[in-house]
Design a protein around this ligand. Structure first.
Ligand SMILES: [Zn+2]
Length: 343
């Protein structure tokens, strides 16, 4: 479905392949990404990338069916209950599968009270339940482990194939990032970083749903502020995903995009931290439903009471993964319904 962003060109996956001489070169490649010298930079692009196939919606043999799932012709967006972190799955009406962040990995970090190992404990079993064996696009909004710590396990799982991996391009050479890029290389998954000078960048997820990257900053002052900000539109229903973008990014996108940020469903930035969800930003987005992905009893104090009040002030209904479990949103393109559910 065409929309107001359709005048901008699509991200191309046909740019010259970049050979991969090893992790030592990854820093050089990411530095080139930071320089922003290409549109939709292929950080790694194998010549024999796996062809795309769609997962069925019938569920895998032996997997328990979900209590709720989308009807034919609907878009589904699932905000997973994965403790202190972010992970959202999208299935378009025509069956394209997208994952935005994948939560914390197998960490003993005591800050994370609720389930960690999000890929193995939550996301992979869910994908099996809905019979999804291919992810067309996987996005790591930024290189913090509560968003991509389990992503290597996910894209490395042989039960899945992955079409594209998108990263912010922020140079943050932690072990989880190293493992993620090494796994993408081993599985021949093309890795892209959007060019901040060529936004918005349209993701190729078919014509029924549009998804545009509205912001990224690989040279940001922090990993949080490098976050990929994505707007997705199905008919008259829009979603905005902001990763852990904070004040600086919210001001920037508010000035640049203004009312084009408007979205009925907002994935609240940075787990409800007081450093995000500024009034200037919320006044442009005007969310009706605000989803906060946050862990029970987290030591960060997320979500902050003042943020909850700001969301109420704008008229948004608040949904929280720590209190309600995974948050399912279904849309026929005209309207939407929100159904929290324990997976
Ligand atoms: Zn986070």
């Amino acid at each position: 479905m065409e929309d107001k962003f359709s005048k901008y060109r699509r991200a191309q996956g046909t740019d010259r392949p970049v050979t991969w001489p090893g992790w030592a070169a990854a820093g050089v490649l990411l530095a080139l990404v930071i320089a922003g010298w290409m549109h939709a930079i292929p950080v790694y692009f194998p010549s024999d990338a796996p062809s795309m196939s769609l997962g069925s919606s019938s569920g895998a043999p032996g997997a328990a069916p979900l209590a709720i799932w989308k009807r034919p012709g609907e878009l589904a967006v699932v905000f997973f209950d994965i403790g202190q972190g972010d992970g959202a799955f999208i299935q378009t009406p025509r069956g394209k599968n997208i994952l935005i962040d994948s939560g914390e990995g197998r960490t003993p970090d005591v800050r994370f009270i609720r389930p960690v190992d999000a890929a193995n404990r939550v996301i992979l079993p869910f994908l099996q339940q809905i019979g999804a064996t291919h992810l067309d696009v996987v996005i790591a909004t930024h290189p913090h482990s509560d968003h991509m710590g389990s992503m290597a396990d996910l894209i490395g799982n042989r039960a899945l194939t992955v079409g594209q991996l998108w990263i912010s391009g922020f140079l943050h050479p932690t072990s989880s990032n190293k493992k993620l890029l090494e796994t993408a290389k081993r599985r021949k998954i093309p890795v892209y970083a959007p060019d901040p000078n060529q936004l918005p960048t349209r993701l190729d997820i078919g014509s029924d749903v549009s998804a545009h990257i509205l912001f990224v900053d690989p040279s940001a002052d922090s990993p949080n502020n490098s976050s990929i900000v994505l707007k997705m539109i199905y008919g008259h229903v829009s979603f905005l995903f902001t990763g852990d973008a904070e004040e600086r990014v919210e001001k920037s996108v508010s000035v640049r995009w203004g009312p084009e940020l408007k979205a009925q469903i907002l994935k609240v930035g940075h787990h409800g931290s007081k450093t995000s969800s500024l009034p200037i930003f919320l006044n442009q987005v005007k969310p009706e439903a605000a989803v906060i992905s946050v862990g029970s009893y987290n030591t960060f104090g997320h979500p902050r009471p003042e943020v909850l009040q700001r969301l109420r002030d704008i008229g948004a209904k608040i949904y929280r993964t720590d209190e309600q479990g995974s948050i399912f949103v279904f849309s026929d393109g005209q309207t939407y319904r929100v159904e929290p559910s324990r997976l």
